[in-house]
Design a protein around this ligand. Structure first.
Ligand code: HAM
Length: 451
């Protein structure tokens, strides 16, 4: 038997396969669209790990998965995210209209308005409240690409529809805190603020505009414009001159109505009782119009600037009713997965490699190919991962591939084995081989793999 095996090795391993180095013709190669990128197999493990953590906690907390379309009506965001926000006024990708009277369709820039549309359209409000939903998906914003800012990026989202209690805000913040810590991220900070509700915000906005108007000359051009269209956004302007003007500006929390005040005090009380560290950031307003009461963000303290937020969310108690749904308090959060992965790399956070045992199936000749295709099916049915390269004519090249892919064993079927109804089982590490019949090979492989 050993001699027979050796012979096979000699008979088949002498074939050399040259793989010349390929140099791409740059003038013919197309590149990914600006602001988009490929998430290559070598980083998929990190992505799966992060998405897995989100999904694990979402399910632990009773959230159900939902998928909504990437294409939505532009009006959906105009009426919720807000027509004067950067996202809606400057950053939406519009789909070319096929007919002159067609509605304006865009690529979704965020998930929340689509979730609210789906909640109303599918009558999810008839289910017991709160309805808790989670989702993953690409979002699209036509912004200037830079580190941590893409035109297509992935979010993980959590939405709680039908819960007005401050404890629901803290449930969500505590989940976010837990998930980001379990991912292994360091130096995390949660910032929170309350921006009041439709009862108290108009008076606050009026006071803010009056204040900002006095300092018009010192504000950056964007903030002069924001003062007219979206005054709350001046609060989170990063320009130094605007920051110093803001030092004396009225604060949202000073003018809040009694209900909003109580709600915000309760949020802070629960956070303190749970021992979740947070910072009060009076200037945190977030760039979306639909928020009311609590808004929050999570960031790593070792990042600075507008791209530092690793996720953000808040309440949107008025949105569902404004879309014709029943009055339903709601809140949610979205994490930026691209930024989380980037931060993990920066902070040198490794994920554990999950090694999959595989078997390399090696064939020589047409009859052997048919047998190998059958063997592959049998291995799949036994839950064994396979490595194949049917287009490689040499056994050596096929074994080389198996080695590179980390296969523990190879099953070799040459012309002789095809006729004998047998296979060669090769231990890839030790180079030892044995012959087995087609009837017994699977049991042997399973035993060898400890299955
Ligand atoms: P957002 O703050 O616009 O909120 O986005 C959430 C997260 O997505 C950000 O904190 C950031 O990590 C990531 N992100 C945003 N823009 C980009 C970009 N251009 N490139 C890479 N990552 C980005 C929302 O989208 C709300 N829908 C969150 C929410 C859910 N509020 C209530 N429910």
């Amino acid at each position: 038997m050993a001699d027979e095996a050796k012979k096979v090795v000699k008979r088949t391993f002498g074939v050399r396969e040259e793989e010349p180095e390929f140099i791409p013709n740059k003038s013919m190669v197309l590149q990914a669209v600006r602001g988009t990128r490929d998430i290559l197999p070598k980083v998929q493990q990190k992505w799966s790990f992060v998405e897995g953590k989100f999904e694990q906690y979402a399910k632990l907390a009773g959230f159900d998965k939902i998928e909504i379309p990437i294409l939505e009506r532009e009006e959906l965001y105009v009426r919720s995210t807000g027509k004067d926000t950067d996202i809606v006024s400057k950053e939406m990708f519009k789909i070319e209209k096929r007919e002159a009277d067609a509605e304006s369709i865009v690529l979704r820039p965020e998930g929340t308005p689509g979730i609210v549309r789906a909640f109303i359209e599918n009558g999810l409000y008839t289910q017991p409240m709160p309805v808790k939903l989670f989702y993953f998906g690409s979002m699209f914003r036509y912004d200037r690409p830079q580190a941590g800012r893409f035109r297509e990026f992935k979010q993980f989202g959590l939405e709680v529809l039908g819960d007005a209690d401050a404890a629901a805000d803290v449930e969500l913040i505590s989940m976010v805190w837990k998930i980001y810590n379990e991912i292994g991220l360091k130096n995390l900070a949660i910032s929170i603020n309350s921006i009041g509700c439709k009862t108290c915000r108009p008076a606050y906005t009026k006071g803010l505009v009056e204040y900002l108007t006095q300092y018009k000359k010192e504000l950056c051009p964007d903030c002069i414009e924001r003062t007219k269209r979206n005054p709350l956004r001046v609060l989170d302007c990063k320009v130094e001159a605007c920051q110093s003007v803001l030092k004396g500006a009225p604060q949202t929390t000073e003018m809040m109505c009694a209900d909003c005040k109580k709600h915000f005090e309760e949020v802070q009380k629960y956070l303190n009782e749970l021992g979740i560290p947070f910072e009060l950031n009076r200037n945190l307003v977030r760039g979306l119009d639909y928020y009311s009461r609590t808004v929050f963000e999570i960031a790593a303290k070792d990042s600075e600037g507008a791209q530092s937020a690793l996720g953000g969310g808040g309440r949107y108690d008025e949105m569902i009713e404004s879309f014709g749904g029943p009055k339903t308090a709601a809140l949610g959060f979205a994490g930026g997965i691209d930024r989380i992965i980037h931060k993990m790399v920066e902070q040198k956070i490794e994920t554990e490699e999950v090694e999959q045992d595989s078997v390399c199936i090696v064939q020589l000749g047409d009859i052997a190919k048919t047998i190998c295709l059958q063997i592959q099916q049998e291995l799949w049915e036994a839950g064994i991962h396979t490595v194949t390269a049917f287009g490689k004519p040499s056994i050596k090249a096929q074994l080389k591939l198996g080695n590179k892919k980390g296969s523990k064993y190879a099953i070799i079927v040459g012309q002789r084995e095809a006729i004998d109804n047998s296979v060669i089982i090769r231990n890839m590490k030790e180079g030892v081989q044995e012959t087995a019949s087609r009837k017994t090979y699977l049991a042997k492989i399973k035993k060898n793999l400890g299955l």
